[in-house]
Design a protein around this ligand. Structure first.
Ligand SMILES: NC(=O)c1ccc[n+]([C@@H]2O[C@H](COP(=O)([O-])OP(=O)(O)OC[C@H]3O[C@@H](n4cnc5c(N)ncnc54)[C@H](O)[C@@H]3O)[C@@H](O)[C@H]2O)c1
Length: 267
C-alpha cells in the first residue's frame, strides 16, 4: 500500500486520478500519508467519483475537491488549478498523471496527424499546461512552516519510454522524453523560488492502460520480460516514489527522473 515515511500535511492535486491506475493510487497514497486536502481531476467523471469514495474510505475527514475535464484544454487546466488554490488557499504537491498510450504500436508512416496531435496534446501539452498553472499558484504562497525550504513540489509522470525507445512507439516515446526535459527545465527555472519539479518514469505497470485487452497484454509481454524483475509493477509501487518526491524527505532532489521499472532500463 502506498504510504510515505513523511506526513504530507499540505494540499495535494492529482490529474488522471480516476479509475484504478497510477493517479488513483497516488491520490489514495496521499490520504494514507496524512493529507486531508486533496484535489483530483480526470476526463472521466464516474471514475473520479470512485476515487473520491476510495479516499474517504481511507480517511472520512479528507476534504476532496473534484472536477472533471481535459488536461489538453488550457481553459480547463487554468480554471481547475486556480479553483484548487482558491478553495484550499494553497497548492503544495501537484502530480501530473493524466496520459494516454494512444497510437502505441503504430510506426511513423502509419500514424495520422490526428493520432499524433491527440497523443501530444494530452501527454506533453497537458503536462506542460498543468505545470504552468501549478507553478503560477505555488508562487503565490510561502513554504509550509514544517518544510521551511519547500514552497511546492511538482511530480510529472513520464515513462521508461522517455529514456529508452522501443519499436512502434515513436510518438509516445517522444511525448514522454519531452516531459522529462520539461521537468528539468522547470526545475532549473523555479529552484530559486523553493519549488522542486521531478518526474517518475514507470516501467510496465498493471493499470487499465496496460491490461484492458488481451492484445495489449500480449504486446507488452516482451517489455515485461526485458525487465530483470520480470513482472508488471503495481500502481502503489509508483505512488510510493511519487510521495517520496513530494515529501521533504527528498528536499535536495531536483529535476530528477526517478525510474521505477523493475530494472527495464538497465538491461
Ligand atoms: N501503466 C503503465 O505501464 C505506464 C508506464 C509508464 C508510464 N505510464 C504513465 O502513467 C500515467 C498514468 O497511466 P495509467 O497506467 O495509470 O493509465 P490509466 O489509463 O489507468 O490512467 C490514466 C488516466 O488519465 C485519464 N485521462 C486520459 N486522457 C485524459 C485527458 N485528456 N484529460 C484528463 N484525464 C485524462 C484517464 O481517464 C485515466 O483515468 C500516464 O501518463 C501513462 O503514460 C504508465
Amino acid at each position: 500500500m502506498a504510504s510515505t515515511m513523511d506526513q504530507l500535511t499540505g494540499v495535494a492535486a492529482i490529474t488522471g486520478a480516476g479509475g484504478t491506475g497510477i493517479g488513483a493510487a497516488v491520490a489514495q497514497g496521499f490520504a494514507r500519508s496524512g493529507c486531508t486536502r486533496i484535489a483530483i481531476t480526470d476526463i472521466n467523471p464516474d471514475s473520479l467519483n470512485a476515487t473520491k469514495n476510495a479516499i474517504l474510505k481511507i480517511n472520512p475527514d479528507v476534504e476532496v475537491f473534484l472536477k472533471h475535464g481535459d488536461v489538453a484544454d488550457e481553459g480547463f487546466v487554468d480554471s481547475f488549478f486556480d479553483s484548487v488554490f482558491e478553495n484550499f488557499s494553497r497548492l503544495d504537491y501537484a502530480v501530473n498523471c493524466a496520459g494516454i498510450l494512444g497510437g502505441d504500436m503504430i510506426k511513423a508512416v502509419e500514424m495520422t496527424m490526428d493520432q499524433f496531435d491527440r497523443l501530444n496534446n494530452i501527454n506533453y501539452r497537458g503536462s506542460w499546461l498543468c505545470c504552468r498553472a501549478q507553478l503560477r499558484n505555488m508562487l503565490k504562497q510561502e513554504p509550509l512552516p514544517e518544510s521551511a525550504v519547500q514552497r511546492g513540489s511538482i511530480v510529472n509522470i513520464a515513462s521508461q519510454l522517455g529514456i529508452v525507445a522501443r519499436p512502434g512507439a515513436a510518438a509516445y516515446c517522444a511525448s514522454k522524453a519531452a516531459i522529462i526535459n520539461m521537468t528539468r527545465s522547470n526545475a532549473i527555472d523555479y529552484s530559486d523560488k523553493g519549488i522542486r519539479v521531478n518526474c517518475v518514469c514507470p516501467g510496465v505497470i498493471e493499470t487499465p492502460m496496460t491490461s484492458s485487452t488481451p492484445e495489449i497484454v500480449e504486446a507488452l509481454r516482451p517489455a515485461i520480460d526485458i525487465a530483470p524483475m520480470k513482472r508488471m509493477g503495481k500502481p502503489d509501487e509508483v505512488a510510493n516514489a511519487v510521495l517520496f518526491l513530494c515529501s521533504s524527505k527528498s528536499s535536495f532532489v531536483q529535476g530528477h527522473a526517478l525510474v521505477v521499472d523493475g530494472g527495464y532500463t538497465i538491461n
